[in-house]
Write a protein that binds this ligand. Structure first.
Ligand code: SF4
Length: 495
């Protein structure tokens, strides 16, 4: 099978894994090595549905000996199968990196033969990436539950982040839907990673050049909507995982119905629920909320029509309004619409004088929601009723597009309808029922196509980059996007 064919199958299979975002690790460029990573995140762009697309997200293989019922790659499902060799995958990833398609790797795998065999394949791939190709950029790898401690340790010294998917919110659900996995087999590598990280921190303090073990920490993912556990259970579980395993992130993945599984829900992926869980997760990680505060009443599930912070504020309306000139940083953080940056700006600015609503606007504090919950110098912005029902009417929303679907790597590739010689690449762009025909120019058609991919990822660059000079330069590998006959922008260098 051709490598690109394998990539088509294995990148598509990996799209169900959502546990990847920014790197969380700083590593400058090094002489003789490729790439670098920055802690503020390597994700320069997001797919239309908000997901990060700058890593090559791929499975080593989708041959699986397990039969998790919620998974499209389970052994009993009839799907196209493929497997990379470590050489193929490492070479492909570096090739993509050099072409500027990606900035790092997110490598996961189904369980081929057994956990150790699969983990060894992952290890070999990362070893090639790091040693043969001297790649110094970001790598996120999945640990396979059940793999040996030695392999997990070895892989952890090559990766920036490691994750072990907890998969389902309770052991009963795990038993029902993923009978080959156990809570223990999932928690064991998580515990190992946590302990090794603590140990490694001490080593790095003693020996500055000691290799770092998963410097960007560990994360996990759980599937939402395949089993009946309510949001309260999920948020409480996430809180426990953050505390016990020092996880960097818990990712929530809306269950996407898989074929031939009559016992599982046949509903659309619960993307709005996933979104609310991410908002609640933010409250846990950055706003000082405890799980029991987020869902404190009778309700077991987050309100789909309202941001959980707004809901909490309405449920606890006796704590409002908050006087911005007096409230401490953590109280300000609890005001809907005020985040960490705004709270910091407020506490800094009021050192030089008391603030009014105009001052808040100048500081960049967004008052759309905050206006209902704050006073400046004892006054509200206008006459606002603090009756919970009224606030609920004003603040409820339901605009999230439930029909969004996870993109595949190949969704980014424009549909090619024709390629001519002389460096043109013609494609059709589809937006709903409308089609627009574009021509992209490059030194050759591949360059044009590569430039177009970059344009898709870096839209802002396309808007600001110079137009004409680059096309006439014989050395620059550039491409121009021509929309309906008129040049609309330089779209980037192919490498
Ligand atoms: S182990 Fe389970 S979840 Fe993972 S690929 Fe195999 S069947 Fe899917």
């Amino acid at each position: 099978m051709e490598i690109m064919e394998k990539l088509r199958i294995l990148a598509d299979s990996a799209k169900y894994d959502v546990a990847c975002t920014s790197s969380g690790v700083d590593r400058g460029a090094r002489k003789g090595m490729l790439g670098s990573a920055v802690s503020c995140g390597i994700c320069h762009s997001f797919a239309a549905d908000g997901r990060c697309i700058s890593l090559l997200k791929v499975l080593m293989t989708n041959y699986c000996v397990y039969d998790c019922r919620y998974c499209v790659n389970r052994v009993s499902n009839d799907v196209e199968r493929a497997a990379f060799t470590p050489d193929e995958l490492a070479g492909l990833m570096i090739d993509f990196y050099k072409r500027n398609y990606i900035e790092g790797l997110f490598l996961s795998s189904a369980v081929m033969k057994n956990p150790d065999y699969t983990m060894e394949l992952l290890y070999k791939t990362l070893e090639l990436v790091r040693t043969k190709y001297r790649f110094n950029g970001y790598v996120h790898v999945k640990a396979i539950p059940g793999a040996s401690k030695e392999l997990i340790t070895a892989v952890g010294f090559l990766a920036d982040r490691m994750s072990v998917n907890i998969e389902l919110p309770s052991s009963q659900s795990l038993e029902q839907l993923a009978p080959d996995k156990t809570k223990e087999s999932i928690l064991a590598p998580m515990t190992q990673v946590k302990n090794l990280k603590i140990q490694n921190k001490e080593e790095v303090k003693l020996y500055r050049n000691a290799p770092k073990f998963v410097p960007a920490g560990q994360s996990t993912q759980l599937i939402v909507g395949a089993t009946p556990e309510p949001d309260k259970k999920i948020i409480t579980l996430a809180e426990g995982l953050y505390k016990k395993f020092a996880l960097k992130r818990v990712f929530y993945s809306a269950y996407i119905p898989v074929p031939k599984q009559d016992s599982l829900p046949k509903v659309k992926p619960p993307l709005l629920r996933e979104h609310r869980l991410y908002q609640a997760d933010f409250l846990l990680r950055f706003y000082g909320f405890a799980a029991k505060e987020i869902l404190s009443g009778e309700s077991q599930n987050l309100n789909p029509n309202m941001d959980p912070k707004c809901q909490w504020a309405i449920d606890n309306i006796s704590m409002f309004p908050v006087e911005v000139n007096k409230a401490d940083y953590y109280t300000l953080l609890r005001v809907p619409g005020i985040g960490q940056i705004s709270a910091k700006k407020i506490t800094d600015a009021r050192k030089t004088g008391s603030l009014d609503f105009d001052n808040l606007k100048k500081l960049g504090v967004v008052l759309k929601r905050a206006r209902y919950f704050i006073t400046c110098k004892g006054k509200m912005i206008d006459k606002i009723s603090l009756v919970p029902e009224v606030l609920y009417m004003k603040l409820s929303e339901n605009k999230i597009n439930e029909s969004s679907v996870q993109m595949s790597l190949f969704d980014l590739m424009p549909q090619q309808i024709e390629t001519s010689s002389g460096g043109q690449f013609l494609y059709e762009e589809k937006a709903g029922a409308n089609k627009t025909r574009h021509t992209v120019y490059g030194e050759d058609s591949d360059t044009a196509k590569a430039g177009l991919l970059i344009k898709n990822r870096e839209n802002d660059m396309a808007k600001t980059a110079p137009l004409i000079n680059e096309r006439t330069s014989s050395t620059a590998k550039t491409a121009l996007l021509i929309k309906e006959g008129a040049e609309i922008g330089w779209i980037g260098k192919a490498n």
